[in-house]
Design a protein around this ligand. Structure first.
Ligand SMILES: Nc1nc2c(ncn2[C@@H]2O[C@H](COP(=O)(O)OP(=O)(O)OP(=O)(O)O)[C@@H](O)[C@H]2O)c(=O)[nH]1
Ligand SMILES: [Mg+2]
Length: 389
């Protein structure tokens, strides 16, 4: 099953702190201003660590053991709440569906000096790059800059002592026992600078913004003229079965035209926003609305512009998409298919209007992102094992 999700981003000027001004913007139906910018994904969560179990008040009563003495056990500790950075996550979107977490409480102590079991802790996974703030004080709690970092963000309550603990030589039948301490309850704000995983490229008007608007909650302006998009738009896409969704970030950037690297159209300056993406989706309009007759030339022009940007963009893993197939010119579609077969590339024909091919493309994007993610993790592991050897 595929689902897209609702989300909003914060937009921030990239001026150095402390002059940095943060604005809260929902990108629904809004165009972002012309600045150098970054997108910030944000989530608020409430956590409650487990309460400690109560200490028990009991006395040993057994045949042949007169005055057996106090035997109340201690309560168990409440579970802690941890946060761990993970490379498998790259957005905070999972916290929007599940903003509250409560760890298990410790079991109460029992007679025969039995200590209660400790409560289970909870580990919340966050993407590398997440900064955690205490929502109530505004204080920065932690900055996850590396994978597999783990910190306690909320401590479980201590278990109360049972009456056995209060026995002394002069106080041999204590009735005192303690209640467990409550677990910490805290509110956090999580912030993550979003990097796009997938970049949409192609001529103006091929349907890039329309595609991002049907696969994510981003609502960029869509119109039937070139250069509708003047600034990149980001959208978070969820793909996979409910509860096990993978999320990834897609960037829709202004269209490219022949000579963009020399400044034609809006130039190639926006390509820097997709320099660090893991995958490109190259969209080719196969309808007659493009006004161009040769789809293969369209592909070559865009590839040429990507190559002249100089960041190896043309070598990135790329999914080829034939857009607007609901109004396709059959000749153009056939020609693009033949070209893709010759190049041993898979072509994804889609229509953002009828929805045809959209789910398939979404799965392919998720799969592509995951593949590159795994390859990067493997090469990082090899690098680390070499440096430690
Ligand atoms: N029939 C049809 N029209 C589409 C489809 N996708 C997009 N369009 C139309 O094509 C036009 C351009 O769509 P946009 O999404 O703005 O194109 P873009 O690639 O973002 O364009 P720029 O922002 O100018 O680069 C709009 O009028 C859309 O409604 C489609 O699948 N079928
Ligand atoms: Mg657009």
């Amino acid at each position: 099953m595929l689902r897209s999700c609702g989300t909003s981003f914060r937009w921030a000027d990239e001026a150095p702190a402390p002059t940095r001004v943060l604005l809260v913007l929902s990108f629904r139906g809004q165009e972002c201003p012309r600045h150098t910018f970054m997108f910030i994904d944000e989530a608020k969560i409430r956590v409650k660590a487990g309460d400690g179990g109560n200490g028990c008040m009991a006395f040993r009563r057994e045949k042949f053991v007169p005055r057996g003495g106090p035997s109340g056990g201690d309560g168990g500790r409440g579970g802690d709440i941890w946060m761990e950075s993970s490379e498998r996550h790259n957005t905070l979107v999972h916290f929007r569906f599940n903003p509250e977490y409560t760890a298990e409480r410790g079991r109460h102590g029992e007679g025969s000096k039995k200590t209660g079991r400790d409560g289970e802790g909870i580990v919340l996974k966050v993407p590398v790059g997440t900064i955690v703030y205490d929502e109530d004080t505004g204080e920065k709690v932690y900055d996850f800059s590396h994978p597999d970092e783990r910190v306690v963000i909320s401590r479980g309550g201590r278990g109360g002592r049972g009456n056995a603990q209060f026995a002394t030589s002069t106080h041999q039948a204590p009735r005192e026992h303690e209640e467990g301490r409550p677990g910490e309850e805290r509110n956090f704000r999580l912030e993550l600078k979003l990097l796009a995983d997938v970049g949409l490229v192609g001529y103006p008007n091929v349907g890039k913004s329309t595609l991002i608007s049907v696969i994510s909650a981003a609502r960029p302006k869509v119109a039937d003229y070139p250069f509708t998009t003047l600034e990149p738009n980001l959208g978070v896409v969820l793909a996979g079965d409910k509860g096990k969704e993978e999320s990834f970030v897609v960037a829709d950037i202004p269209g490219l035209i022949e000579g963009a690297h020399t400044g034609s159209g809006l130039g190639t300056q926006f390509l820097r926003h997709i320099e660090r993406t893991r995958l490109l989706v190259h969209m080719v309009d196969v309808s007659d609305s493009s006004g161009r007759s040769d789809v293969v030339k369209d592909v070559d022009v865009i590839m040429g512009e990507l190559a002249s940007f100089g960041a190896d963009l043309e070598k990135k893993p790329t999914l080829m998409v034939a857009s607007k197939i609901d109004v396709a010119n059959p000749e153009k579609l056939k020609k693009l298919k033949q070209w893709a077969t010759r190049k041993k590339l898979k072509l994804y024909p889609i229509s953002a209007v009828t929805g045809e091919g959209i789910d398939k493309l979404k799965y392919a994007m998720a799969e592509g992102v995951e593949k590159v993610r795994k390859a990067l993790a493997a090469s990082e592991e090899t690098r680390l094992s070499k440096t430690t050897a």
